[in-house]
Design a protein around this ligand. Structure first.
Ligand code: NAD
Length: 281
């Protein structure tokens, strides 16, 4: 496993396991399988309603807590200083842990400045080992990172071969903030799993399309958290450090970039309206 050092010196595995859309009743089994496959980082969120299952599986695993890196996110209904502060304690309780390794603000909407102050406070109290944001596009990201005391360690944004975040990553790099990819396989959108370029490159290395797509991101110094509920795919997605893409292959994959979201554009007013409707998630 490759580790990356965040801007506060904390080490994070470059490859983790994400549990978005994993049913609360399935989360325990999935995390148990993922830990068995070798993953040591798990990405959950208050809005996924499966922090309890994640925490229970980590506890039951018998693996030292210090060896597992837990990521969670505060949902927008818990923004504002007071609510965010209380919700951090709730996440700690659900995850059955005394600290969360990385806590993010899930979306750049509602009172995120107030919520970020609660993150900073919990970080100073030792409840959080690192703090950051998610889905902050360069405009929101630069604004926040320039006006807080603790610069975000991570910005978790949609990043895959069709939405590579080349320019956004440069802005994050300027602040020493690591890019963490959500949807590293684009959830299969845009025909990712049958893409001819990825298939051809995979053939050369004896690797699957998924492995090529994930390896590409790690070679660009992006942290990734692919998701699958199947143990064999968890293993496949984990097994990406035994080959290397050549500079030519990297260029060919770079050319697949459409530089736009395969899901929704956070700068689109309709997206903002959609999230206001999801405040009660
Ligand atoms: P993903 O790109 O990881 O795709 C997952 C899907 O791809 C699976 O459900 C499965 O259908 C397919 N798949 C996975 N491995 C495969 C393989 N080896 N072969 C064939 N098919 C395969 O999508 P995701 O789950 O949306 O993103 C990963 C994680 O990122 C999430 O679980 C979550 O933790 C995080 N996330 C965060 C946000 C956010 O707003 N911060 C949004 C979405 C996801």
């Amino acid at each position: 496993m490759k580790y990356v050092t965040l801007n506060n010196g904390v080490k994070i595995p470059q490859l983790g396991y994400g549990v978005y859309q994993v049913e609360p009743t399935e989360a325990g089994r999935c995390v148990n399988d993922a830990l068995g496959a070798g993953y040591r980082m798990v990405d959950t969120a208050q809005a996924y309603h499966n922090e309890e299952g994640v925490g229970a599986a980590v506890k039951k695993s018998g693996i030292a807590r210090s060896e597992i890196f837990l990521v969670s996110k505060i949902w927008i209904s818990n923004y504002g200083y007071e609510r965010a502060k209380a919700s951090i304690d709730e996440s700690l309780r659900r995850l059955q842990t005394e600290y969360i390794d990385l806590m993010l603000l899930h979306q750049p909407f509602c009172d995120y400045y107030g919520a970020y102050r609660a993150l900073e406070e919990a970080y100073r109290e030792g409840k959080l080992r690192a703090i950051g944001v998610s889905n902050f596009q360069p405009n929101h990201f630069i604004d926040l990172a320039s006006n807080v005391e603790i610069v975000p360690a991570v910005n978790q944004v949609e990043t895959h071969v069709f939405c590579q975040q080349i320019r956004s990553k440069e802005y994050m790099d300027e602040f020493g903030t690591h890019t963490m990819s959500w949807g590293p396989l684009a959830e299969g959108r845009n025909g990712l799993f049958v893409n001819p370029v990825l298939k051809e490159i995979g053939k050369v290395h004896g690797k699957s399309v998924a492995q090529v797509a994930l390896r590409y991101l790690t070679q660009r110094d992006v942290i990734i958290i692919p998701k699958s509920v199947h143990r064999n795919r968890m293993e496949e997605n984990f097994n990406i450090y035994d080959f290397e893409l050549t500079p030519d292959e990297m260029e060919r994959i770079k050319s697949l970039d459409l530089a736009k979201s395969a899901f929704f554009d956070h700068n689109d007013p309709e997206t903002v309206k959609m999230f206001m409707g999801w405040r009660a998630l």
